[in-house]
Design a protein around this ligand. Structure first.
Ligand SMILES: [Mn+2]
Length: 249
């Protein structure tokens, strides 16, 4: 078995940040996906498929193209890492009728993806019952080796917990310039993933792609930021502001 990794040399170098969680080596990918190479597993959170069409139905006209964009981003990262198993950490679908609103093309794309992998839909607050007929299996939680996958972080210290829900973001001051983006938050025992869904990427057109791994330390947050060509360490006490956790998801 070969280790997971970027498939071609054309992939941007250092678009990942490696860290250890409960003794397990993980890769935070710039796309927002988490990769567990030893178990050939790829994890994404908060796809929120059909969010645009859901808002449109309630009278707020948002462009309805988020599902197509999210699935294209997901296809790209699956093609790069070629995992055996995919864990979606909940809120994969924006509301209970989201599955009915999928276009035939997007439905077919999803069915191809779930058929090609061992696919686990963790249940979230937006999708307590993921749509039937798309393949994969639904679970409230899943434990694989030293890691436990659930939608929302549980209270108290939890070793090896991998979750989503909070859509964490970070703001950084880099050479006097403000950059911001989605981030992973980890403290060595648990990690919270950024949202993978297209509507949580408002920075994509105006900011350089930024995915940070940030962890609370004794002197504040430290972060390892992955960009198109760099992984930089931001020392504790630097200008990295605390990751903002949003709780309305
Ligand atoms: Mn949620």
């Amino acid at each position: 078995m070969t280790a997971l990794g970027p498939k071609t040399a054309a992939e941007p170098a250092k678009a990942t940040a490696a860290f250890r969680l409960n003794g397990v080596e993980l890769l935070a990918d710039l796309s927002g996906a988490l990769v567990w190479p030893a178990r050939r597993t790829l994890i994404v959170a908060d796809l929120h498929l059909e969010k645009g069409s859901g808002f449109a139905r309630r009278g707020s006209p948002l462009p309805p193209y988020d599902t197509r964009a999210t699935l294209a981003n997901l296809a790209a990262v699956l093609d790069r890492y070629r995992p055996d198993r995919v864990v979606c950490l909940g809120d994969s679908f924006h509301d209970p009728e989201a599955g009915d609103r999928l276009s035939p093309r997007d439905r077919a794309t999803l069915r191809r993806m779930t058929a090609a992998h061992d696919w686990i839909w963790i249940r979230g607050n937006h999708d307590p019952a993921p749509p039937a007929g798309l393949g994969g299996r639904a679970a409230a939680e899943e434990t694989i080796g030293a890691l436990r996958f659930r939608h929302e972080a549980a209270p108290g210290p939890v070793a090896g917990e991998v979750s989503g829900h909070f859509h964490p973001k970070i703001g950084l001051s880099v050479r006097g310039r403000q950059v911001g983006g989605r981030c992973f938050v980890e403290d060595g025992r648990r990690v919270i993933l950024p949202a993978f869904g297209a509507y949580d990427r408002p920075d994509a057109d105006t900011q350089p792609p930024t995915t940070a791994v940030t962890s609370p330390g004794p002197q504040g947050y430290s972060s390892r930021r992955t960009g198109p060509a760099i992984v930089c360490s931001t020392p504790s006490g630097s200008k990295a502001r605390n990751a903002k956790a949003k709780t309305t998801r």
